[in-house]
Design a protein around this ligand. Structure first.
Ligand code: ZN
Length: 232
């Protein structure tokens, strides 16, 4: 479960407090579920983006470079990336490396060489954001072959944004990767929207597994695959 928090009604509560409350609820109601905090921008200052890591989620996202988004720059300078990676090492949090553009993959491999990321890392390719990588099968295949070359032990997933989500899910099932789905990537109401809830999107992938001779992992299996702590 990849988590963002926000305070829509301006009620009190800092990001770390809100993340803490969500994590507590997930652990209570869905024991064993893997909790991943987003360290993404969304208007937050860089100094605030890792402020909740002392809560020790299982995982946290880590973009290993900068990229243009539809109307902004997603800024992740080298010292900031290395600082977040160090903090995640310190708290035994497994990063999900977010590859929004090609150079981020090779930078992730360099961070492994420098000892700032543990091997094997977990890598997510993000496809279909305007101004960043397109959701093209040729790009997907190239990214996978480059990952195999520079980080052969990595586990991987690809995210397709908006109308590309379901197509990329199927590429992952076919190619042996993991899947990401959710309304974060296709929130808009309209033709881009695939489902009414996150649960519906997850069920859709789970039901498709058979066609690709795959099956969903249990939480315990997923923890082993990703090399995470067994229990909280
Ligand atoms: Zn996110």
């Amino acid at each position: 479960m990849h988590i963002h928090v926000r305070n829509p009604d301006e009620s009190p509560g800092s990001d770390p407090e809100l993340f803490g409350r969500v994590q507590e609820g997930v652990r209570k109601h869905c024991p064993g579920m893997i909790v991943q905090f987003s360290t993404g921008g969304r208007g937050r200052e860089q100094s605030a983006r890792g402020a909740m890591l002392p809560l020790r989620p299982d995982m946290a996202s880590l973009a290993t470079g900068s990229v243009n988004f539809p109307a902004s720059v997603y800024e992740n300078p080298p010292d900031f990336v290395e600082g977040l990676a160090r903090t995640m090492l310190e708290y035994d949090i497994k990063p999900e490396i977010e590859v929004f553009d090609l150079a981020m993959l090779y930078n992730a491999a360099n961070l492994v060489k420098k000892g700032l990321l543990k091997d094997p890392p977990h890598v997510q390719f993000v496809l279909g954001i305007p101004n960043a990588l397109p959701a093209r099968r040729s790009v997907f295949d190239f990214l996978r072959s480059e990952l195999e070359a520079v980080l052969p032990r990595a586990t991987w997933v690809a995210a397709g944004v908006a109308r590309h989500q379901w197509e990329v899910n199927q590429w992952c099932l076919e190619a042996g990767g993991h899947c990401r789905t959710g309304l974060e990537d296709n929130l808009r109401i309209g033709p881009d929207r695939l489902a009414a809830s996150n649960a519906e999107l997850v069920a859709k992938i789970a039901q498709a597994c058979d066609r690709y001779d795959r099956r969903p992992a249990t939480p315990a299996e997923a923890r082993r695959i990703l090399g995470l702590r067994a229990v909280h």
